[in-house]
Design a protein around this ligand. Structure first.
Ligand code: PMV
Length: 352
């Protein structure tokens, strides 16, 4: 039996309607449905190769060049579910190689800071699940794979699809209806762009699972958010995406980022993910939107201080030009070098 390997890439997705709270911590079932935009493969992504061999002593994971433990319950539940599917396939077709029991080596590389609130676990688990499913030649569609990836990291289920993606929370206790679905492919609204402002590449202080648990247990606002705010926002945001209404999409995105950070602050003790630079970014985006009299851009922050700014391609010069004026001294503008942003500023820079 020849050794085989498969390589895949999975992009990061950034939630515009945030998942925050688990109703079942073992199956990773959320307390609310969520929505995200999957970034382009040219931006932030994980590349994962996976290989089986009878010569390997045990399963192993190499992340960004270092061997990492593969023993966490979440990693193990993904591996077990994928192996179970392969065993069923081998039982149905005895001519298939018996590879389900062979050790796997998983080699994964992120082209961006890991665990810094830039959805590295989303891309990481999506790539791991997708690569093993391909290696095992499983006949599972992406929604089925999303249920497996969800058990690694909730938000990973959304990285199985490109474009605009919803994670339907589901209602069943066994999680069989808690899955990702595509709201619209990227081609539906190709003009949407995302700028990622890496405020800090340090690992986040409060990992999302612990943070969520604290919020669910202690925040008074949390119940209001999941019962009153998010269900209505979920429907409105889907509508705005289908109608390509950037103004509404941007407003809902910013409001939901605010609401998520509000329940973090309302946790006891409070969780602070945004820092002073993040707040300055909020002010810059708010000022651009006020100056132009419409929502030109939307900010959103996950479990860390880094910002993702959504905007439409037609407004790229306004958005990137203004951000460049404020944050031009930090590295990372390479793609745009050579292009000057000659945007007439509509507000005095001294305001900041
Ligand atoms: O999937 P996790 O456990 O890393 O949690 C992700 C939580 C947020 O990024 C803050 C929100 C989201 O929906 O992605």
């Amino acid at each position: 039996m020849a050794n085989k390997y498969v390589t895949v890439t999975a992009p990061v997705n950034i939630a515009t309607l945030k998942y925050w709270g688990k109703r079942d911590r073992f199956l990773n079932l959320p307390t609310n449905s969520s929505i995200s935009v999957t970034l382009s493969q040219d931006d932030l992504k994980t590349t994962t190769s996976v290989c089986y061999s009878k010569n390997f002593e045990s399963d192993a994971l190499y992340l960004n060049g270092n061997e990492e433990s593969l023993s966490s319950p979440r990693q193990q539940s993904c591996l077990k579910l994928l192996r179970k599917c392969r065993i069923e396939k081998e039982e149905q077709d005895p001519s298939l190689d018996k590879i389900a029991s062979l050790p796997l080596h998983i080699v994964s590389v992120n082209n961006f800071p890991t665990a810094a609130g830039l959805a590295s676990s989303a891309a990481g688990y999506a790539a791991m699940v997708y690569s093993i499913a391909k290696l095992y030649q499983l006949d599972l569609d992406r929604s089925e794979l999303s249920k497996i990836a969800r058990q690694g990291s909730g938000s990973a289920c959304r990285s199985l699809y490109g474009g605009f993606v919803a994670w339907e929370m589901g209602s069943l206790d066994n999680g069989s209806d808690s899955k990702a679905v595509q709201i619209a492919p990227r081609a539906h609204w190709p003009g949407i762009r995302a700028a990622i402002l890496v405020v800090s590449a340090a690992k986040k202080e409060v990992p999302s699972t612990g943070g969520m648990q604290l919020t669910v247990k202690t925040s008074d606002l949390f119940d209001y958010r999941v019962k009153q705010v998010v269900p209505a926002r979920y429907e409105e945001m889907k509508k705005a995406i289908l109608a390509k209404d950037f103004g509404v999409f941007a407003e809902l995105t910013m409001k939901d980022s605010n609401s998520f950070h509000a329940v973090c602050l309302d946790s006891y003790p409070p969780i602070f993910y945004m820092n002073d630079t993040s707040k300055r970014i909020v002010k810059v985006i708010t000022t651009i939107n006020e100056a132009y009299g419409r929502n030109v851009a939307a900010y959103t922050f996950d479990a860390g201080p880094n910002a993702v700014i959504y905007y439409e391609e037609k407004d790229e010069d306004i958005v990137l030009g203004t951000l460049h004026e404020f944050f031009g001294s930090v590295p990372g503008w390479a793609k745009k070098s050579g292009k000057s942003f000659s945007v007439p500023r509509k507000f005095p820079i001294e305001k900041f």
